[in-house]
Design a protein around this ligand. Structure first.
Ligand code: IVH
Length: 674
């Protein structure tokens, strides 16, 4: 008897998987973890196998990946790019081996190749007479996108094969990835430009592969590992998988080094045993190991299951560490940007070697989509040192007492009605002075990215706020050790150390303060540009939007955001207070005093309004470079720097034949330190 709710369950699973596929493949913005995706996928697969009447050729279980991007030319693969089945346990690995052996008895004693499963984006490279002619993404497995232009910029990919004895037509398959450290750098650079960070190396790689602008592809520091050689014409196929990899290495391809060939399954089980930990120590993200029948002819005989996965290979995956615990409550926080941030309050549980009692629930849509209810037993994961996440509920353990969660309509901190912008998954508190936001803003202000006040983290800040000692970041500078000592966990030394750290932060450069203030779009790169040009907070606050936008690398978004920030009375009061306490108000002129002095002996006259430099700042820069600034033009004047509305001085310079330059030329002559 078929359970009457089954068709609806199957439809819901398909919808969830379709949505996850789209988010992952087409938007490069995954919404659910791989573990959860795998779990949903397997559940659907199991239901379809048990109830063939519910199966459908359009089901996501019959497809590989998502639709190719619209904008890149499409290309058909010479042979489909397959996907791998997963084994999460030794038992599943044994089951795979048995299945294979049932199909062809020779598999029982076949040598197995084991290698790392690189977590990036698959790529197929075609070489004709040893020359790279085409690079195609996996796409849906049959049709991918032609990304030859982008891939030519990738140093790991040979444009011409080394040696000479290659088949006339061959395909090299492999994985494009971004090493962890490179990924961290890419994100640091993005944040410095005020761009959103990329979610993980795999999606960053997949996005870069298909970037329409090869410069963006290059910026992401892509790397490549080859994992398969296909001979299409003019030569014998490699006899074994490992020989194919050796050949690829000889032709100049990077091949991941942790590869081996083992005599059989028992050796594979022994080999994979210590990899669940080891896999995390690689320089790139890897989501498991791949076990393959080494003999290429046997591979061909074993063939493909369901048009989608090779019978002769399997991915041995190691799930991120997870644990089940009860969701006691959902606490609502407000992030620095005002976004509602639901946080799970959990019955404390050990995950990945640490006790976890709070975890992120991302946003209300995810809570609804995963049907997470208060009282549920939920699965929590913690991978590496990332913030713990709630994956989803174990519905089989429901008692009926679980309560669905309803997002609040008003901000719990400011009482303001929350707004949900069209198309966004989050609600926002629109009140810029919301105490919830203010707290997060202060956490950011003192953090390493901001003024870096040692010993002042979220807990201490909350303590100071609760004690009524501070209301905003400016108040920090009025604190005394005597006020702190009576507080809990504040011995004399701790109190004095904190006061000293706060005082020391006053010497920070202006650009650090600009970042600490958390002004929208002002990341560290923009902050440095602004601080260098304007020199002081006072000058920046007075600067016109035009003079800000005239800076190379500073657009209208930054300028407008600054105007909004400065124009807000509460922020203005904070800035006044920080100025009164002389907190990070100035930017030192860069470059050593004994560095090059390109203006040595030159007499310079400034006239008109320069697009970005104030007169004081321009004078300072010229004097640093060894020049002298005079107010009137004479026969001794070496140079006139003219801005808009330059009057008599410009005319006089022209009459005397004194060279006239604009600000851009001045900055060029001053050199990179200016
Ligand atoms: S073999 C027919 N080897 O994993 C064999 N794949 O889930 C199919 N991958 O699309 C691929 N490292 O992009 C193979 N050492 C490796 C791999 C690997 C990463 C990726 C590949 C494939 C996906 C399958």
């Amino acid at each position: 008897m078929t359970d009457p709710s089954l068709p609806a369950d199957v439809a819901a699973l398909r919808a969830q998987l379709e949505r996850a596929n789209r988010a992952y493949y087409e938007l490069d913005a995954p919404e659910i973890s791989d573990e959860e995706y795998d779990r949903l996928f397997r559940r659907l697969q199991a239901l379809e196998t048990a109830h063939p009447d519910l199966d459908h050729p359009d089901s996501p279980t019959h497809r590989v990946g998502g639709a190719p991007a619209e904008f890149l030319p499409k290309a058909t693969h010479a042979q489909p790019m397959l996907s791998l089945d997963n084994a999460f346990t030794d038992e599943e690995l044994r089951a795979w081996h048995e299945r294979m052996t049932r199909v062809d008895g020779r598999a029982a004693a076949a040598a197995l190749a084991v290698e790392v499963k690189i977590d990036g984006a698959a790529l197929a490279l075609t070489y004709q007479d040893g020359v790279l002619v085409r690079a195609v993404t996996r796409g849906n497995g049959t049709i991918g996108e032609d990304v030859t232009g982008n891939m030519r910029t990738l140093p790991d990919i040979p444009l011409r094969l080394a040696g000479a004895d290659w088949p006339t037509l061959l395909e090299v398959r492999g994985e494009v990835y971004i090493p962890r450290r490179a990924f961290a750098k890419v994100n640091a650079a993005r944040e410095a430009r005020g761009e959103d960070p990329l979610s993980n190396p795999r999606n960053a790689a997949a996005g870069a592969l298909r970037a329409l602008d090869p410069a963006e592809a290059r910026r992401r520091r892509l790397r490549f590992f080859a994992y398969q050689l296909l001979v299409l014409e003019g030569g014998p196929p490699p006899t074994s998988h490992h020989a194919g990899l050796d050949t690829l290495a000889a032709w100049g391809f990077p091949v991941e080094s942790h590869r081996t060939v083992l005599p059989g399954l028992e050796e594979v089980l022994a080999f994979t045993a210590d990899w669940s930990e080891r896999i995390r120590t690689l320089e790139f993200d890897a989501d498991g190991l791949v076990v393959k029948v080494d003999d290429v002819r046997l591979q061909q005989e074993l063939g493909v299951v369901g048009g989608r996965i090779p019978r002769w290979a399997i991915a041995r995956k190691f799930a991120a560490e997870s644990a089940f615990t009860q969701l006691l409550d959902i606490e609502v926080n407000i992030g620095r940007t005002g976004a509602l941030a639901p946080t799970a309050i959990l019955a404390p549980v050990r995950v990945g070697g640490a006790m976890v009692s709070r975890a992120t629930l991302h946003n209300e849509e995810i809570i609804a989509a995963r049907d997470i209810r208060i009282g549920d037993v939920v699965e929590v994961i913690r991978a590496g040192d990332v913030i713990p996440k709630v994956l989803g509920p174990d519905r089989s353990r429901r008692t009926g007492a679980e309560q669905p969660w309803v997002a609040p309509d008003t901000c719990p901190f400011s009482g303001t009605p929350l707004v949900k912008p069209e198309g966004e998954v989050n609600r926002y508190c629109p009140d810029p002075h919301c105490p919830g936001r203010a707290f997060e803003a202060m956490v950011h202000f003192v953090s390493r990215a901001g003024l870096d006040i040692a010993g002042l983290g979220p807990e201490r800040l909350r303590q100071l706020l609760t004690a009524g000692l501070i209301r905003n970041a400016g108040d920090l500078y009025t604190l005394t050790a005597a006020q702190l000592i009576p507080l809990e966990r504040f011995a004399d030394t701790a109190a004095n150390a904190l006061i000293e750290a706060i005082a020391a932060s006053r010497q920070k450069p202006l650009h650090s303060l600009l970042v600490a203030l958390g002004i929208r779009h002002v990341g560290s790169a923009a902050a440095k540009l602004l601080a260098r040009r304007f020199g002081s907070m006072a000058a920046l606050r007075m600067a016109s939007p035009e003079s800000i936008e005239a800076l190379d690398g500073v657009g209208p978004a930054i300028s407008q955001s600054l105007q909004e920030f400065f124009g807000d009375p509460v922020h203005a009061a904070l800035l006044d207070e920080l100025a009164r306490h002389e907190v990070a108000q100035h930017e030192a002129v860069e470059g050593p005093v004994d560095g090059p002095r390109p203006f040595e002996g030159r007499i310079v006259v400034l006239t008109g309004t320069l697009p970005t430099l104030s007169r004081g700042r321009a004078t300072e820069l010229i004097e640093r470079a060894g020049g002298t600034v005079k107010s009137s033009v004479s026969g001794k004047t070496s140079l006139v720097v003219a801005g808009s509305e330059a009057g008599d001085k410009l005319a006089k310079a022209e009459a005397l034949g004194v060279p006239v330059i604009d600000e851009a030329e001045l900055l060029r002559q001053l050199g990179p330190g200016a």
